[in-house]
Design a binder for this molecule. Structure first.
Ligand code: PEP
Ligand code: CO
Length: 449
């Protein structure tokens, strides 16, 4: 595969898992043709900047915070929802940058995370077999045959909602909302409300004092250092028609970029070395993440790394491991050893969400804060022991006050989750649990600095 000449549509002759059964293929192709004329969402120069920053993360000079919804919801493409998501990401990143003394590369699962792999093509609802919900870019979650029928026009709707999201993100991150003195104030508010506030007070005070000091020496919010940040976007490159339609040739370098997002990842279910997803992604210059779960074979991962990054360029590949807190100790060390032995340059990132999902007695999917933190702790321990770099985390979270994951400072229990269980897909950390996790991570950084 890797020797053949690449084109943006060559993936079409490879087996592609997890694609919707579009009922009207002519309409599907028409939508994709229309979309390929629309402006790109990101441009190649930004993507190159992200690659450089990821290369730094691979060497331990930066830390990746990749996070956002499991599945973005069209109806949550609103000013307040985007603002609250950004707020929590900024709060977390300041804590991590301070404690880790390195740049935090902020990558949202945002502005395009609208398509989901599913374990089954159909599900039974009240005895009726319906197509599974595959994300808002494909169908709608309501359990009716009509809502669940894949409609390609939803991809175009997804593009416009991604554009609207990104527009507001760019405005907030450049226009003063992200100023550090706001973050100081947000920390005060979040921690005041948290029952476990004493644990984090000292660090929050130090951060506040540092921001005060910077302001005192003249770095006020008019200064770009204090007032502006960069948030990159990412999503799972699942719907290959959509990704193909968004792929453009960069006029300065002649290289191909998938301009639907800065970074794309391939899920644990679609990363077959001889499959369509890998064939498509090998030809675009974006940074690519590969999810790696317990069912992987080390030789397959090595093959993938070779196909997707034949020149072994730093910043191109991120291996996002998602084993679960009870399995990471068994699976991560041999994988790290082999990748190190081969001399492959990768960024190691920990997804402590997807290996720790359980179904509670009320039929809800949940994850426990302690398990999430437990997997992250072990991730750091393993990389420390192997002499490799723990380069980042990949989290599912929201700025909203949902009750989807148990534990955390409020010690949410399964029986509390009904209070505000909103997700259409996987359970997310709420804003408070997310900030708390950042403070816990800060403790890990400090222990290892
Ligand atoms: C996800 O990130 O939402 C996801 C489906 O992950 P994975 O491919 O690791 O299961
Ligand atoms: Co998920």
């Amino acid at each position: 595969m890797s020797g053949k000449e690449w084109t943006k549509s060559a993936w079409r002759s490879y087996p592609a898992r997890q694609q919707p059964a579009w009922p009207d293929l002519a309409l599907y192709e028409q939508v994709l043709r229309d979309m390929s004329e629309l402006p790109p969402l990101v441009f190649a120069g930004e993507v190159r900047t992200l690659r450089e920053q990821l290369a730094e993360a691979g060497e331990g000079k930066a830390f990746v915070l990749q996070c956002g919804d499991c599945a973005e919801d069209f109806s949550r493409c609103t000013g307040p929802a985007i603002r609250e998501m950004l707020k929590v990401i900024l709060q977390m990143s300041v804590v991590l940058a301070y404690a880790g003394e390195r740049r935090v590369v902020k990558i949202g699962r945002m502005a395009g995370q609208y398509a989901k792999p599913r374990s089954s093509d159909t599900e039974l609802v009240d005895g009726v077999e319906l197509p599974s919900y595959r994300g808002d870019m494909v169908n709608s979650p309501e359990p009716t045959a009509e809502a669940r029928t894949p409609d390609p026009r939803r991809m175009q709707e997804g593009y416009f909602r991604a554009a609207a999201t990104l527009n507001l993100v760019r405005a907030f991150t450049r226009g003063g909302y992200a100023a550090l003195d706001h973050v100081r104030e947000w920390h005060r508010q979040s921690l005041d409300a948290l029952p476990t506030v004493e644990k984090y007070e000292q660090l929050a005070r130090e951060i506040g004092k540092t921001i005060n000091f910077m302001t005192a020496i003249g770095l006020d919010s008019n200064n770009p250092i204090m007032g502006q940040v960069t948030l990159f976007t990412s999503h799972e490159a699942l719907l290959l028609g959509y990704e193909e339609a968004m792929t453009r040739r960069d006029s300065t370098t002649g290289d191909w970029y998938d301009c639907s997002a800065h970074m794309l990842w391939i899920g644990d279910r679609t990363r077959q070395a001889d499959g369509a997803h890998v064939e498509f992604l090998r030809g675009v210059r974006n940074p690519v993440g590969i999810k790696v779960g317990p069912a992987h074979e080390i030789d397959d991962i090595k093959r993938l790394v070779h196909i997707l990054n034949p020149a072994n360029e730093p910043g191109r590949l991120t291996l996002i491991t998602r084993f679960g807190t009870d399995k990471i100790g068994r699976f991560l060390p041999p994988l790290v050893k082999e990748i190190q032995r081969e001399g492959f340059k990768v960024v190691w990132s920990c997804d402590p969400m997807h290996g720790n999902t359980y179904q509670n007695d009320f039929g809800q999917k949940s994850r426990n804060f302690g398990d999430i933190l437990g997997e992250i702790r072990k991730f750091f321990d393993v990389h420390h022991a192997e002499g490799s770099v723990a380069g980042g985390v990949h989290l599912e979270l929201t700025g909203d006050n949902v009750t989807e994951c148990t534990g955390g400072g409020r010690q949410l229990l399964d029986e509390h989750l009904g209070q505000n269980y909103q997700t259409t897909c996987d359970p997310r950390l709420n804003a408070e649990q997310s900030v708390e996790l950042a403070f816990e991570l800060a403790g890990l950084f400090r222990g290892s600095n």
